[in-house]
Design a protein. Structure first.
Length: 216
């Protein structure tokens, strides 16, 4: 579980794709404070597992499907990526609940400015539009943001200078792709409503298993 508060920007050092899987080697500093092999870390909003730690570089493994279904496939050596370690029980909770499971890819359509903020308009995949709510939460490349306006298959977010400076959003161009994760609470409510329509009441064992809370 993550909060969408990016800790630092890492630098892509190596990208390998072999057959049905691959790996990323990422240079960083702050996240090494207590990083261990087996830890989860969000890379541009995608929950990945650390499999190797070297001096100021860590390695994560990625399934080919993840490359194909997210904006990770656009990365090049030297690109900056947003990094966040998994939430600990005693941490303060900022941002919103972010699982690290990307729902789709968005495309930056335009920029505008409002006083000191930069307004991004991002288009979404049509099936995600139902989860977009003005003043609702969304994670863009792992950054917890508030939707300013939902516009059907696009939405706008307002980015303050601090976020532009400390995340890779400040480096993005029109046409760039970004990873999107919609508010998980909205997805759970949708599922519960569907179950009620089908005659099921409340959270069931099958629902928890489908959402990954129970293992076979």
């Amino acid at each position: 579980m993550f909060t969408g508060l990016v800790e630092e920007m890492g630098v892509m050092r190596r990208i390998q794709i072999t057959g049905s899987s691959g790996s990323l080697s990422i240079g960083a500093h702050k996240v090494f404070e207590d990083l261990k092999i087996g830890d989860s870390i969000a890379v541009n909003g995608i929950c990945l597992t650390v499999v190797e730690i070297l001096e100021n570089v860590f390695k994560v493994e990625v399934m080919k499907e993840t490359f194909d279904r997210t904006a990770l496939s656009d990365l090049k050596i030297g690109d900056k990526v947003n990094l966040e370690r998994a939430l600990r029980i005693n941490d303060r909770f900022g941002g919103h609940f972010v699982s690290g499971h990307v729902d789709g890819v968005g495309i930056i359509r335009s920029f505008d400015f409002c006083e000191n903020a930069k307004i991004f308009e991002i288009s979404t995949e049509p099936e995600l539009s139902k989860y977009l709510v003005s003043k609702g939460s969304i994670a863009v490349d792992g950054i917890s943001l508030t939707i300013v306006e939902a516009k059907g298959v696009s939405f706008t977010v307002s980015i303050i200078p601090h976020t532009l400076k400390n995340t890779n959003l400040g480096l993005k161009k029109i046409g760039d792709r970004v990873n999107l994760e919609v508010d998980m609470i909205a997805k759970y409510l949708e599922k519960l409503l569907e179950q009620r329509m089908e005659g099921e009441k409340g959270i069931t064992y099958s629902f928890l298993a489908e959402q990954g809370f129970l293992e076979d």
